[in-house]
Design a protein around this ligand. Structure first.
Ligand SMILES: O=C(O)CCC(=O)C(=O)O
Ligand SMILES: [Fe+2]
Length: 281
């Protein structure tokens, strides 16, 4: 059962993080304006859904390396930072031609994974789906699965980290920014719903600096972000079943851990004023 006690938003250790029982419009507006760095909704996923997803992942899922792209001399370079994935991310199509095998695979896997995840979570809805439905209720323009290339995109990839490689992400703050050639977005956020968390470590660190603009993302090509934009880290210890939304054009990183697993269902969320939130991953 969900705890319906109202959480006092000021209880949070940092004024830059909002802790909520239910998402609300004014908190989203604060995230969009940059007044807050993160929104947290504990107990967003039900225990049962998390258990079903976790169990299936252990038993049947084929995990692959999730890479993060950078651009070096105009070329896409993919880096492994210790995150594994179940499902095919849109960045696997970067640098590939329209109509390429990579593009076909992305959209085919999107359709396949939608039905696989729906059936794992049934009779409940997958947590990312619940988030889209809540945005439908509280945001004037609602939320949709993005179709930047005319076909519905994947929303809700499963990301998994293990002690052996989790530390790879810690030293490499990154920003996530959909290429301008795909869509022009005023902001890019991500939603992670944590299905499993390690007993210690695995914090999400987000730096309190302006979100990077497109030209800055381009300028800071390669893995190293400028030191002066990495001065004020804010650490978030994700809780099992919790939803955390951040602006992914702010540098962020994930801390290593020594035992357990760190699993989340993730989607990027694009924002343009007066338009629905666009979900993809
Ligand atoms: O796993 C996390 O806590 C953050 C994942 C991440 O880098 C993202 O959602 O952009
Ligand atoms: Fe990220």
């Amino acid at each position: 059962m969900m705890d319906h006690t109202a959480l006092n938003p000021t209880l949070s250790k940092s004024a830059k993080v909002i802790d909520l029982n239910y998402l609300d419009t004014s908190s989203l507006e604060k995230l969009i304006s940059g007044a807050v760095l993160a929104i947290r909704v504990p107990q967003f996923a039900s225990e049962k859904t998390s258990a079903q997803l976790s169990h299936t992942l252990d038993e049947t899922a084929t995990l692959e390396q999730y890479s993060h792209e950078t651009y070096e001399n105009g070329r896409v370079v993919q880096h492994f930072y210790g995150v594994h994935r179940w499902g095919t991310p849109f960045n696997s199509t970067y640098g590939k031609a329209a109509g390429s095998d990579a593009q076909h695979k992305y959209y085919a896997d999107a359709a396949h994974m939608r039905s696989v995840i729906d059936s794992i979570c049934a009779p409940e809805k997958p947590p990312i789906q619940l988030l889209m439905e809540q945005l439908q209720d509280i945001w004037p323009q609602g939320a949709v699965a993005a179709a930047f290339q005319g076909q519905p995109m994947f929303c809700g990839i499963i990301r998994a980290m293990f002690p052996e490689t989790a530390h790879l992400s810690e030293k490499v703050p990154h920003v996530d920014c959909l290429p301008l050639s795909i869509a022009e977005l005023e902001h890019q956020f991500s939603a992670n719903i944590y299905i499993e968390t390690p007993p210690a470590g695995g914090e999400l660190v987000i730096w309190d600096t302006e979100a990077f603009a497109y030209d800055e993302v381009k300028r800071f090509e390669g893995a190293q972000l400028p030191e002066h934009r990495l001065q004020k880290p804010l650490r978030i210890q994700p809780r099992k079943n919790e939803l955390v939304i951040i602006n992914t054009r702010r540098p962020h990183a994930i801390c290593g851990f020594d035992s357990g697993k760190r699993i989340s269902m993730q989607s990027f969320i694009g924002y343009n004023a007066g338009e629905p939130f666009y979900f993809w991953c």
